[in-house]
Design a protein around this ligand. Structure first.
Ligand SMILES: NC(=O)c1ccc[n+]([C@@H]2O[C@H](COP(=O)([O-])OP(=O)(O)OC[C@H]3O[C@@H](n4cnc5c(N)ncnc54)[C@H](OP(=O)(O)O)[C@@H]3O)[C@@H](O)[C@H]2O)c1
Length: 251
């Protein structure tokens, strides 16, 4: 049988699942992987595939890239809240009839004993937050605008110090999330937190704070993911790998 050329994959990354898939594909001669990063954060780990940093320039730019690079398959493993990119990927791949798979980890499910309110978006979450609360905002600096004038006592944890003017009255904790539920319980208790506000990003890394709030019986305002589930969607890197193997077998 003649040697087939490797399938060119564009892996839109920025998540742990994308990194796992990149690692699983390394050394497989059936695939040639380009990893695309938004370039908003410094990547903590090296990738096996060739790395491309920065946006493509909207749907048109992405279409031009897919054509010019001769991409055969696209895996959209961007963040569960990357709604803009997800729509652009859907539109560009549909227009060019390039097979595409969304890899998006499972959303967190409310534990039976937890008090969760669902918010549609950030302004809705701000509206649900009582004015006399002490709120821990587990949101990231780019997602705080809706809370700018909120009367609640706000606590924000961030890896980087905030820019001047961003929630100046808030209590800022500069550092990484706690890695265990016990650490997060101690933090929430010491700060007198009454409410936790979070986006339903899913995944293990962000779960300890949610579990801690549940243990302390604190209400959680959970912001739902944008958009609906698509038919071409899997939740694990191994399922995405299986899809790629199927695509290669069809070649
Ligand atoms: N991206 C990350 O590393 C990262 C990490 C942690 C959390 N998040 C969260 O994800 C949510 C969405 O943020 P987002 O800016 O990533 O998505 P987005 O708002 O859907 O995308 C904004 C723009 O960023 C570019 N882009 C996004 N992902 C890309 C990728 N993998 N490769 C190349 N370009 C990419 C695209 O620019 P063009 O239109 O120019 O192509 C896109 O239009 C936010 O809530 C953010 O907090 C993102």
């Amino acid at each position: 049988m003649p040697n087939r050329p490797a399938l060119k994959i564009l892996l839109l990354a920025g998540t742990a699942e994308a990194a796992s898939l990149d690692a699983a594909l390394s050394g497989d001669p059936r695939f040639q992987v380009t990893v695309a990063l938004a370039g908003v954060t410094a990547s903590a780990r090296p990738f096996h595939g060739a790395v491309r940093r920065g946006g493509f320039g909207g749907t048109e730019g992405l279409m031009a890239y897919l054509r010019d690079a001769g991409i055969d398959l696209v895996i959209n493993a961007t963040h569960p809240f990357a709604a803009r990119m997800t729509e652009q990927v859907r539109a560009a791949t549909a227009a060019l009839a390039v097979p595409m798979l969304r890899l998006c980890r499972m959303a967190w499910q409310r534990p039976d004993n937890a008090e969760w309110s669902s918010a549609d978006d950030l302004p809705h979450a701000a509206a649900l937050l009582p004015p006399d609360s002490v709120a821990f905002l587990a949101l990231g600096q780019r997602h705080l605008a809706a809370f700018q004038d909120h009367p609640a006592r706000l606590i924000v944890r961030s890896i980087d110090p905030p820019p001047p003017g961003l929630l100046p009255a808030a209590h800022w904790i500069i550092g990484a999330p706690g890695q265990t539920v016990d650490v997060e319980v101690a933090l929430l208790r010491d700060l007198g937190v009454t409410h936790l506000v979070a986006r339903n990003s899913g995944g293990a890394a962000g779960w300890p704070k949610i579990a801690a709030a549940t243990r302390l019986e604190l209400p959680v305002i959970m912001i739902s993911r944008p958009g609906g589930a698509s038919s071409e969607m899997v939740t694990t890197a191994s399922n995405a790998l299986a899809w790629l193997h199927q695509q290669a077998a069809r070649q």
